[in-house]
Ligand binder design. Structure first.
Ligand SMILES: Cc1cc2nc3c(=O)[nH]c(=O)nc-3n(C[C@H](O)[C@H](O)[C@H](O)COP(=O)(O)OP(=O)(O)OC[C@H]3O[C@@H](n4cnc5c(N)ncnc54)[C@H](O)[C@@H]3O)c2cc1C
Length: 499
């Protein structure tokens, strides 16, 4: 493009920017939470501007599989049409157990009551969902099914409190493209509704008047600092802080020895820091999603996970985030999977594949080669085998379907130590993680001060907040995008109503 061609384009760009100076609702960040907030605020009649730091938007939501954890109310349309029903009480019982002491009962209530109609909203954007489920032990379908188990529903102790129902809803496609399909549809709906989007625009600070009411933001747009006025409210939806090393060191130091950041490069905690500077409180900051994934292949679930003392520490049929939570608590996070020949396989998504710490025709040989305390692994396997033969697991209650005595050698001990786990998309070795702490908000998005007062005109959603998912221990895939979009919509509506 020559200079003559650039100049008229620049003039119209500047003119467009002037029109951006004032709006009703200003949304910071154009990922799942931000775009959902923007669309709902616009549909509620507000003039809406979105400022997005990257050159295109989408955020981590676009990188994701876009599994959303949905159900309740008798079942989503998808659950019902394949013959499954899911009551709100059943979903609530599951989430209450899953989130435990970290859970927010009001968020759980709103979410379980509204999740089925949230699915209708997502489908109404044109996102394709096939009426077909996959019940295998997979993390993401690579065929075109749209419904799967994405949490611990079929594992102890959850089977004691709730009927297992698959709630992971994923756009129908072959390959892992859910986030792109969803964000394309959502961003197109935003533009069609008249949301004005300005990319390459980094929001830097929230601006308040003398009374503390939020009046807008300062943002760097096209290299220039600008004030953007928001008459009704500002929504902070800039994602979490897993890419901010200093914040991780301060709040999540315990995860650093084994965690590998998983997200987009602008997961820098900007919204959390701007919200704090405006008087907002932060909570749950030490909690992260941690994925210790050994499946697929599902056949490894017949094996046993052990620590460096040769002891089991969890039921191996748990979801990868629960495995991550408990694996991270083991000494030096030194974790191995013991498996017998007929079940041996390696995860295809780790590159290079995790190494074998030991092999042997007997458990004793494996134990010696791995340098485990003498007799420890043999005692573990003897005990496990005795009860597995009877279809029982008295220590950790692995489901009967996955119990099989480990008697048919040769045996392999696969290392899942963080330094031996390498994902093609990661920079370093480790178990994938993203943050689950952030601004304290009401479910409707109002950012709260440490004394519980709402900051007038300031809202937040998604991983900028401590939302629905607050612990890896009970995390299910789909809780984060489900939460970001569900409560993002609420924040947008609340901001639009703040006239
Ligand atoms: C590969 C991958 C797969 C995943 N799969 C799933 C899944 O299937 N289901 C699930 O529930 N969760 C999944 N997750 C997690 C989930 O995607 C995220 O936690 C969630 O999408 C976060 O949504 P958000 O709206 O809060 O943030 P984002 O979608 O990341 O949006 C934040 C936006 O804010 C922008 N931004 C940042 N700073 C600024 C600033 N200062 N000014 C302006 N803009 C700014 C960013 O560029 C970004 O576009 C996955 C994550 C990854 C990385």
């Amino acid at each position: 493009m020559n200079n003559n061609a650039i100049k008229p384009w620049l003039r119209s760009y500047d003119a467009a920017l002037e029109a951006f100076i004032k709006t009703d609702v200003l949304v910071c960040g154009y990922g799942g939470a931000g775009a959902s907030a923007a669309l709902e605020a616009r549909r509620a009649g507000a003039d809406v501007v979105v400022l997005e730091r990257s050159s295109g938007g989408g955020g981590s939501t676009q990188m994701s599989s876009c599994e959303m954890y949905l159900g309740g109310s008798g079942g989503t349309a998808l659950q019902q049409e394949i013959g499954l029903s899911d009551s709100t009480e059943n979903m609530s019982a599951y989430l209450t157990e899953a989130l435990g002491e970290h859970g927010d009962p009001e968020r759980i209530r709103l979410y379980t009551e509204g999740a089925a109609s949230h699915f209708e909203w997502v489908e109404s954007l044109g996102v394709p969902y096939k009426r077909k489920a996959i019940f295998d032990r997979v993390v993401v379908p690579h065929t075109d099914e749209s419904l799967l188990f994405t949490g611990n529903e079929r594992a102890w102790p959850f089977t004691e409190v709730a009927e297992p129902i698959p709630r992971g809803h994923v756009p129908s496609h072959e390959g892992d493209q859910g986030g792109r399909i969803f964000m394309k549809a959502l961003m197109e709906a935003c533009v069609a509704a008249g949301v004005r989007v300005q990319v390459d625009s980094q929001v830097q600070a929230v601006v308040q008047d003398d009374s503390g009411r939020v009046r807008g933001v300062m943002a760097k747009i096209d290299g220039k600092e600008r004030f953007i006025e928001a008459t009704r409210g500002v929504v902070l939806s800039t994602g979490g802080f897993v890419m901010n090393r200093k914040m991780l060191e301060k709040h999540c130091a315990h995860t650093l020895p084994f965690g590998e950041p998983y997200g987009n490069q602008w997961d820098m905690g900007d919204g959390i820091q701007m919200g704090m500077a405006a008087g907002g409180n932060i909570i749950n900051m030490d909690q992260c999603f941690i994925s210790m994934a050994f499946y697929p292949p599902a056949s490894l679930t017949y094996g046993i996970l052990i620590n460096n003392k040769g002891q089991r520490y969890i039921n191996e049929d748990a979801y990868l985030a629960r495995l991550g939570h408990y694996s991270g608590q083991q000494d030096k996070a030194e974790i191995y999977m013991l498996v017998q020949n007929e079940d041996f396989d390696l995860p295809y998504y780790l590159s290079p594949p995790p190494p074998l710490a030991a092999t042997g025709d007997s458990i004793e040989e494996v134990e010696r080669e791995a340098g485990l305390p003498e007799g420890a692994l043999q005692a573990t396997v003897d005990y496990y085998n005795k009860y597995a033969a009877q279809g029982q697991d008295p220590l950790f209650h692995k489901a009967k379907d996955w119990l099989k005595p480990l008697t048919n050698g040769p045996f392999a001990l696969i290392s899942f130590k963080p330094e031996d786990v390498k994902y093609p998309l990661g920079n370093d070795n480790g178990w994938l993680m993203f943050t689950l702490g952030g601004l304290e908000t009401r479910p409707t998005g109002e950012v709260l001060t440490p004394s519980g007062q709402a900051i007038p005109g300031l809202y937040a959603a998604g991983r900028t907040t401590a939302g629905l998912p607050r612990t890896s221990k009970g995390y299910a895939s789909g809780m984060s995008v489900g939460d970001a979009t569900f409560f993002g919509r609420m924040a947008g509506r609340q901001a639009a109503a703040n006239t």
